[in-house]
Design a protein around this ligand. Structure first.
Ligand code: FES
Ligand code: FES
Length: 904
């Protein structure tokens, strides 16, 4: 193939591409321009956006030959570009880069816009950036950042102390494009790996002559279940671990792995599964809960009778008697489908042998859990395994489960060579976990004066082929399905049912967003039937300090739901007047509210985090922070908490990020636990280290300052100087160090689900204003107001970022997202909100401090999604009378509900 030359970031370059090679591949693999990201390789996500002759284009859609003689720009070339630098600074100020995987593309699209239109408006920004998807931010902060370039710096306190909003400490790498994600870290010359996957939901299979195939095709190895030195099983909950690395004899979902091939990039170029020697025989399968429960349904797992994996129950008082005592009872059946995480980064990483140890570098939310899973699969002592999380381009729960890691580790172990693997978008969507589809039957009763007397909740969750986090969903939902309300008589039952679908797992909220839809929509039905204001009805029933939850847990302090509802009240009153005054033919506007709560941390299980810190002889203060930052900001928030406790500026810290060789276990990044649990460990470590340093001069208090090889203690009586270089160094290389652990106090739940499942809850209430097109059935959210009780906002800008990103995901769940195995396995057919879909969001930060939280802080990560969908459904009802009981509320479902409402 002829050489192709072009100008890359001002430098003349030349490549010898294969026929049809994409510009994105040439940039990443031949020219090391890893700042160009690949999210789909199909023109759907925009992550590969670069500028060609000044215009933003998707590099994955452009054959490299079309770049010949042209000027290609990426974020890596803008170190001296004043406009791009102002834009990058604005992204950092506004918190517009969370995971950061979309950031190089967003910056490219924005640079092109700002060069042409120095002071754009919001719509121009939305149009210019409309081709780039972001799954984390909800886009509003990205818009704010682009507007800031013309409007001037934002007035934000960035000092770094608790309660201020410093630029995120890992932010520069994100805006420079140097953050290394799973597909960015493999050394040159790696072998590559492809997985052979089941084309059917259920099939038996038989391999042909694999040895002959490997020899004929020049592969380095073919891996099957026979090549697993340990046990062919993994799962996030040990008692339920049931998923094979490679299926044996029969597959249980479309996309399940049965084998893998390993070879050089040349040997694997153009590899097609079609030529692999495997014979498939499709078998009858069940895709839905009713089908899986049928008496003649095939059993997915021995010992799980009727395909029921597990059940959950919370019972308090007498629910039926409570309903019988009610003046009015409302009921409904609600359903939802699979929701795909749709992070922009597909699962990726590489593994290598280092001596007799194996190292796995991959995107993950849970490095220590990965290590524990690999220990079993590899049959290897954990001391011989190192897991190094790469940057992670979004996780939202799915990257808690193993994906690429076992395949990479087995391949490196087998071949002795480094091996890399990146899932295609289709593989990622086929094979990784989803939000559980739900089928919920709920009844709630209240007296004429608006007090809830009883509630029953029966929920079936489609947990797919393997357990994953299904047990957590089955247990967490009954605890939360009441919402943050006083319900004296309550019974909530759940079942997690196996089907031949991809495993359902953790997705922001562990089933609670689904249950909140049913409960909060029925609360509106109740308020309406009682002739009460929807907010005041919730206020009457809201929990308060000293009241028992449905688990009988009594919080004497820190219950913030009333404060959230009160914060929302002015906007609620104003929005009702606003929508009532709207009149335009064919369109209706409505406003809805919904509330929510979420217990932070594991449910009634040990949940410790450990933080280590030390001072080196040269005066550097080092924080070993093993909690993976998915983009939510834990690197910054935990460091802020530690710095506050130690009494030093945030900017003075040196951060060592997650690495199982270098950081103690800070637990998994899930369940809204990192600010709360790891934050507490960081605070304790900061205080312990401070005490040790002060003790060096026998003082109780004083300001600490670190210089080259020295520490100054500015105490009340005198200024003390410590020559750090003269102190003995410990085994970790520190002259002083501390390591502290925090485990939230919880109590086990009894057979009726009574106990103390969480040390703290966070609370939220959302308001949505929507516009419904009565002819088309389309629903357009116009704005949101979100009140969140975070106890103490460690970083307000990061709080807003979480809220906005969560609302965007809730909007997607409410209106457009449904994963259909075999049908919506890419980002073209599976729709997530774009920059044009997310309206303005006002975040009301409520701070009802929690005694267990570090500086009063509560978790936030999952709360942000929970009230959004029911607020939207309640707003649709308010607009046009249509009662939606199924999400997503697609236009045809909305039209059907409009017709149903019209027919009474
Ligand atoms: S990677 Fe090019 S558009 Fe998604
Ligand atoms: S910050 Fe945009 S995808 Fe994560």
């Amino acid at each position: 193939m002829a050489e192709v030359g072009f100008i890359l970031n001002g430098r003349t370059v030349a490549v010898n591409p294969r026929p049809g090679e994409r510009l994105s591949e040439a940039l990443r693999e031949r020219l090391a321009a890893r700042e160009v990201k690949i999210g789909c390789n199909a023109g759907d996500c925009g992550a590969c956006t670069v500028l060609v002759d000044g215009a933003a284009i998707c590099a994955c859609l452009m054959p490299v030959q079309q770049a010949a003689g042209r000027r290609v720009e990426t974020v890596a070339g803008w170190g001296d570009d004043p406009l791009a630098q102002r834009l990058s600074a604005a992204f950092l100020d506004q918190g517009a880069a969370q995971c950061g995987i979309c950031t190089p593309a967003m910056l490219a699209a924005a640079v092109a816009l700002l060069r042409a239109v120095p002071a754009p408006g919001v719509v121009q920004v939305q149009e210019a950036l409309g081709g780039v998807l972001c799954r984390c931010t909800g886009y509003r902060k990205i818009i704010d950042a682009v507007l800031q370039v013309a409007g001037g710096p934002a007035d934000i306190d960035r000092s770094g102390s608790v309660g201020t909003s410093p630029q995120r400490i890992d932010g520069r790498a994100k805006v420079r494009g140097t953050e290394a994600y799973g597909d960015d870290v493999a050394p040159a010359g790696c072998l590559e790996l492809r997985i052979i996957r089941s084309p059917y939901p259920r099939a038996s299979f038989r391999f042909g002559d694999l040895v002959a195939y490997a020899a004929r095709t020049g592969l380095a190895a073919i891996l099957t279940a026979d090549d697993i030195p340990g046990r062919n099983v993994f799962g996030v909950i040990p008692a339920f671990a049931d998923q094979p690395v490679f299926a044996v004899g029969e597959t249980r979902f479309r996309g399940e792995a049965v084998a893998a091939v390993v070879g050089t990039p040349g040997a694997l170029h153009g590899f097609s599964q079609a030529g692999f020697p495997v014979d498939w025989a499709e078998l009858p399968s069940v895709a839905s809960v009713p089908a899986a429960l049928a008496t003649d349904a095939p059993a997915l797992h021995a010992g799980r009778a009727g395909n029921v994996m597990c059940r959950g129950l919370v019972r308090r008082g007498d629910a039926e008697a409570g309903l019988a005592a009610a003046d009015i009872v409302v009921e409904g059946r609600f359903s939802s489908g699979f929701v795909e995480h749709a992070y922009i980064e597909p699962e990726a990483g590489f593994a290598r042998m280092v001596g007799d140890r194996i190292e796995v570098h991959a995107c993950t939310q849970a490095p220590v859990m990965d290590l524990e899973g690999l220990e079993i699969i590899l049959g290897m002592d954990r001391s011989r395994i190192r897991v190094v999380p790469t940057g992670i381009g979004g996780g939202f729960g799915s990257k808690l489960d193993l994906s690429v890691q076992p395949y990479l580790a087995l391949a490196a172990l087998t071949t002795g060579q480094p091996v890399r693997l990146t899932y295609s978008r289709v593989e990622s969507m086929q094979s990784t976990t989803k939000r559980h589809p739900s089928d919920l039957a709920v009844r709630i009763g209240a007296t004429r004066d608006g007090r809830i007397t009883g509630m029953t909740f029966d929920g079936d969750f489609n947990t797919g082929a393997y357990a994953s986090w299904g047990p957590t969903v089955a247990n967490r939902v009954p605890v939360h399905a009441s919402g943050p309300y006083l319900i004296p008589n309550y019974r909530a039952r759940t079942r997690a049912i196996h089907t031949h679908c991809p495993p359902s797992g953790a997705f922001r909220g562990f089933g609670v967003p689904q249950s909140a839809i049913a409960q909060e929509v029925l609360f509106d039905d109740l308020a309406r039937a009682l002739g009460m204001d929807a907010l005041e009805f919730r206020m009457i029933n809201a929990l308060d300090d000293g009241m028992p939850t449905v688990c009988g847990q009594v919080f004497e302090q820190g219950v913030g739901i009333k404060a959230c509802l009160a914060a929302l009240r002015p906007a609620w009153v104003a929005a009702q007047a606003e929508v009532a005054g709207f009149a335009q033919a064919g369109l209706r506007r409505g406003v809805g509210i919904a509330a929510g709560w979420y217990g932070c941390g594991n449910t009634s299980l040990p949940n410790p985090s450990t933080i280590r810190a030390g001072v080196r002889a040269d005066g550097a203060v080092v924080l070993h922070q093993g909690a993976v930052d998915l983009g939510q900001g834990s690197n910054t928030v935990i460091a802020q908490i530690f710095a506050e406790a130690l009494g030093v500026p945030l900017a003075s810290l040196h951060l060592i990020g997650a690495d199982t060789d270098a950081t103690p276990d800070a637990g998994k990044t899930s369940a809204s636990r990192q600010t709360f649990v790891t934050g507490n460990a960081a605070r304790a470590a900061g205080l312990a280290l401070r005490a040790r340093l002060l003790a060096l001069r026998n003082v109780d208090a004083g300001r600490l300052e670190f210089g080259a090889g020295q520490m100054r203690i500015d105490a009340a009586d005198a200024v003390h100087t410590v020559d750090l270089a003269a102190l003995p160094v410990d085994a970790l290389g520190y002259v002083a160090s501390a390591e502290e652990t925090y485990d939230p106090p919880t109590l086990a739940l009894d057979a009726d689900g009574q106990g103390a499942p969480y040390a703290q809850f966070g609370y939220a209430a959302h308001l949505a204003v929507v516009e419904v097109d009565m002819a088309l059935g389309t629903v357009k959210p116009l704005r949101f107001v979100a009140a969140h009780d975070v106890g103490r906002a460690i970083s307000p800008v990061l709080v807003e970022g979480q809220v906005q990103g969560g609302i965007a995901q809730g909007l997607g769940m409410a209106l457009m997202e449904e994963y259909l195995p075999g049908r919506t396995e890419n980002l073209h057919d599976y729709l997530i909100p774009t920059i044009g879909d997310v309206p303005p969001i006002e975040t009301l930060i409520v701070e009802v401090p929690d005694a267990h939280g570090p500086y009063g802080a509560k978790g936030l990560g999952e709360h942000v999604l929970i009230p959004t969908a029911p607020a939207i459904l309640n707003a649709i009802r308010n607009a046009c009378g249509a009662r939606l009981r199924q999400v997503p509320a697609t236009p045809e479902r909305v039209l059907a509900a409009i017709r149903e409402a019209a027919n009474g």
